[in-house]
Design a protein around this ligand. Structure first.
Ligand SMILES: Nc1ncnc2c1ncn2[C@@H]1O[C@H](COP(=O)(O)OP(=O)(O)OP(=O)(O)O)[C@@H](O)[C@H]1O
Ligand SMILES: [Mg+2]
Length: 338
């Protein structure tokens, strides 16, 4: 069996509060990351993602537990472990009055690169982060997304095998966000790297990760592939029908449950305007039928037909497949978003 790139065993960190009270920001987490895997920590603000990353980077000493990188203990063999690792911190740390190239050269020297080797590596990294054209521009003139890309470049200079990216898309515009997500995939494809990614954004974690650990209040509350996590809560789709102004009777909802295979529940909300559906609701000014069903797309035409027979006007339909947001909601009773 192949050795894991990262092995984390019962890692915990406590801090003292202002009032002298001790609290655990990370309460004993264990997980492993295989070579070449993209693994994400997904959790809300304050969940303990950065604290975990800081411990497994050797920046913060754990209160309890240990982690290995490539077999080297981060507490007992930190130099060996850190050689394999590139960290892209949550806070961007660059010299704003230097240009992109100068920043990379400065950090490259810190990693012990010099001369032709340094030059070559800086060229390669600039190419990879797609800033070759702008390398002579001062970083202070860069957008947030471009600064973030320089930050990613800094983490790559010493050819690490493993990279940690702590919320790299926060505060970044959609176009640059897209680029950063593509970069994560390219790190693996083009450089064979292992990636530990953190975010509180369900969509991006769902898109890029091989496996996800959902973190809440310093604990991993679930871990697995997106598919496995969703299976935990049952694989029901939510079908949302925006319907006309007439009241939908309970008997109609009962009929859906009784007659359509896979439908487990159906509810009706009259005149309720919910976040995210404001425009639709305003357009039609009526209600919504929400149907929970296994294989929702199969059930859909049957529901429409019954609605038609009952003379219910259906203006639009949305099929929401179960996602990590639903998993978090089911496990914690809270939404992942702030
Ligand atoms: N140096 C410190 N001293 C005291 N408390 C700390 C320290 N660092 C972190 N904490 C606390 O530990 C908890 C976890 O913080 P952490 O930064 O790891 O969360 P996070 O998941 O990275 O959140 P975010 O998404 O906001 O970055 C928080 O309650 C935070 O206030
Ligand atoms: Mg953080």
């Amino acid at each position: 069996m192949q050795q894991n790139m990262v092995q984390v065993n019962d890692l915990a960190k406590s801090f003292k509060r202002q009032n002298g009270e001790t609290f655990f920001a990370v309460k004993g987490v264990s997980f492993e990351i295989g070579k070449g895997e993209i693994f994400s920590l997904l959790g809300p603000n304050g969940a303990g993602k950065t604290t975990t990353i800081s411990m497994i980077s050797g920046l913060l000493s754990p209160t309890r537990g240990d982690a290995t990188i490539g077999g080297y203990s981060i507490t007992k063999q930190p130099l060996e472990a850190k050689k394999l690792l590139g960290v892209i911190p949550q806070e961007i740390a660059l010299y704003l009055s230097l240009n992109a190239r100068q920043n990379l050269e400065f950090f490259g020297k810190l990693y012990g690169l010099s001369g032709a080797e340094l030059n070559k590596r800086v060229d390669e990294v600039l190419e990879f982060i797609d800033l070759t054209d702008r390398q002579k521009d001062k970083v202070e003139t860069f957008s947030g997304g471009m600064k973030r890309r320089v930050n990613i470049g800094v983490g790559l200079l010493h050819h690490p095998q493993l990279i940690y990216m702590d919320e790299p898309t926060v505060g970044i515009d959609p176009q640059n966000r897209r680029r950063i997500l593509d970069t994560v995939q390219r790190l693996r494809q083009e450089m064979g790297m292992t990636v530990l990614y953190t975010s509180h954004l369900m969509e991006e974690v769902q898109e890029i990760s091989d496996r996800v650990a959902i973190v809440d209040h310093g604990e991993i509350i679930a871990c697995g592939t997106v598919g496995q996590l969703i299976q935990k809560i049952g694989e029901e789709d939510r079908l949302i029908f925006n319907v006309g102004a007439q009241k939908v009777p309970d008997s109609f909802l009962e009929k859906l449950k009784a007659n359509i295979v896979g439908v487990s529940n159906a509810t009706y909300e009259h005149h309720e305007i919910q976040e995210g559906t404001v425009t639709e609701s305003l357009e039609i000014g009526a209600g919504r039928i929400i149907v929970f069903a296994k294989r929702g797309r199969k059930a859909l035409p049957h529901i429409i037909q019954l609605a038609d027979e009952a003379e219910i006007d259906v203006y639009s339909v949305e099929v929401r497949e179960p996602d990590l947001e639903a998993v978090f909601l089911a496990l914690t009773g809270r939404a992942l978003r702030d």
